[in-house]
Write a protein that binds this ligand. Structure first.
Ligand code: GTP
Ligand code: MG
Length: 197
């Protein structure tokens, strides 16, 4: 309206990857950022970020936005989690990761989501914060799958219900090893961050 300009759009978007130790958070980030994968496991200590410049089309306006994604990879191991609120503050979107072959990592999603929302003071508005759910290690044998796709999608329906983002949390089954769906998942995450800000 007259006399009021739209708020400046952020150039830098802070994305955070959360989930249990060993589900593949670091591997997903490295695949997306550098298109690299290693089978060796080295636990993340604390948190670290990588930056990536991307062009995102805002689906609501059609405008193309050049943004820098600051992708924060976090430690899944409890003894390395000492960052807390200062770290979560200012997050524009969060990727929650589980391993499709590990039901415990799926059961813990609620804790990761809840703890994040508590830290940023959004306990009661969780449905309006942009999350994306990634079920990783889809390259492993189907016989080792422990989390059916439908189970994850039900969770996404429930967690996203009533949110202003409209509809369920987007869900991707990914492989950091083969790169399947990794680009698409991060693109969705970045797009939600652009819409939400
Ligand atoms: P923390 O840093 O302890 O929280 O673990 P993380 O979630 O960062 O897991 P990380 O990326 O270090 O991966 C753990 C192990 O799983 C490593 O040996 C990876 O090589 C392996 N891994 C990661 N993603 C995949 C995948 O998509 N497929 C397969 N087969 N292995 C994977
Ligand atoms: Mg890691």
């Amino acid at each position: 309206s007259a006399g009021r300009s739209a708020p400046a759009k952020k150039h830098m978007l802070k994305l955070i990857i959360l989930g249990d130790s060993g589900v593949g958070k670091t591997s997903l980030m490295n695949r997306y950022h550098s298109n690299k994968f290693t089978g060796q496991y080295k636990a993340t200590i604390g948190a670290d970020f990588l930056s990536k410049h991307v062009s995102i089309t805002d689906p609501q306006t059609g405008a193309v936005r050049n943004v820098t994604l600051q992708i924060w990879d976090t430690a899944g191991q409890e003894r390395f989690q000492s960052l807390g609120v200062a770290f979560y503050r200012g997050a524009d979107a969060v990727a929650l990761v589980y391993d499709v072959g590990d039901s415990k990592s799926f059961d813990n999603l609620e804790n990761w989501r809840g703890e994040f929302l508590k830290q940023v003071g959004l306990d009661d508005k969780g449905a309006s914060f942009p999350f994306v759910l990634l079920g990783n290690k889809i390259d492993r044998p189907e016989s080792e799958r422990r989390v059916p796709r439908e189970r994850a999608e039900e969770w996404c329906e429930r967690a996203g219900l009533g949110g202003e983002m409209g509809g369920p949390i987007p869900h991707f089954e990914t492989s950091a090893k083969t790169a399947e769906n990794v680009e698409g998942a991060f693109l969705e995450l970045a797009t939600l961050a652009v819409i939400h800000q």
